[in-house]
Design a protein around this ligand. Structure first.
Ligand code: HEC
Length: 151
């Protein structure tokens, strides 16, 4: 009979810690920029449909996604495991959910070390690159199209 002999004070303390902990987590998960949740921000960034073949190349080269993710790209030797494996990511998320994670993962987790690939307010960028994004809009669409094929 677990729990029945637990002193009330201990139980109350445990409950308080649990409630405060949950509130804390909810606070941290709060979107940094609520406008990203608007339907328009979840929609494709361009009119042109993403190309998964180009997306795969961008993931390897310009995006350097393999630094942190294991992906089904056997010709590349080094895959990091700082982030979750992406082998089945296309079956777990819709294109809109994938897009959001590539555009600005900090909306979902402000503490994430994953870079925001389509955010123009990056901190201390090199002179002349202020206001630019890591990836261009069409490149984001290509990457999303590629990730969607990972099922
Ligand atoms: C510096 C490391 C790093 C790089 C580079 C990086 N990511 Fe991530 N990524 C992460 C981490 C860590 C997470 C886990 C999310 C979190 O931290 O909250 C993640 C999560 C994700 C997710 C969600 C996975 C899931 O199962 O929830 C996707 C999709 C993703 N990354 C795609 C990409 C793509 C595409 C690129 C390249 C354009 C990329 N990442 C580059 C670290 C990285």
């Amino acid at each position: 009979m677990m729990g029945t002999s637990l002193p009330r004070a201990v139980l109350a303390l445990a409950l308080t810690v649990a409630v405060v902990g949950a509130a804390d987590a909810a606070q941290r998960k709060k979107p940094a920029d609520p406008s990203i949740w608007e339907p328009t921000r979840r929609a494709p960034l361009t009119e042109v449909k993403g190309d998964p073949v180009r997306g795969r190349v961008i993931v390897i080269k310009k995006g350097s996604c393999l630094t942190c993710h294991v992906m089904p790209i056997p010709e590349e030797a080094d895959h990091g495991d700082i982030g979750p494996p992406l082998a089945t990511v296309g079956s777990r998320y819709t294109p809109a959910e994938l897009r959001m994670r590539v555009v600005d993962p900090k909306v979902l987790n402000p503490d994430t070390i994953m870079p925001s690939f389509y955010k123009s307010t990056l901190n201390r960028v090199a002179k002349g690159l202020e206001g630019t994004t890591f990836l261009e809009a069409q490149e984001v669409e290509d990457v999303v199209a590629y990730l969607s094929t990972l099922k």
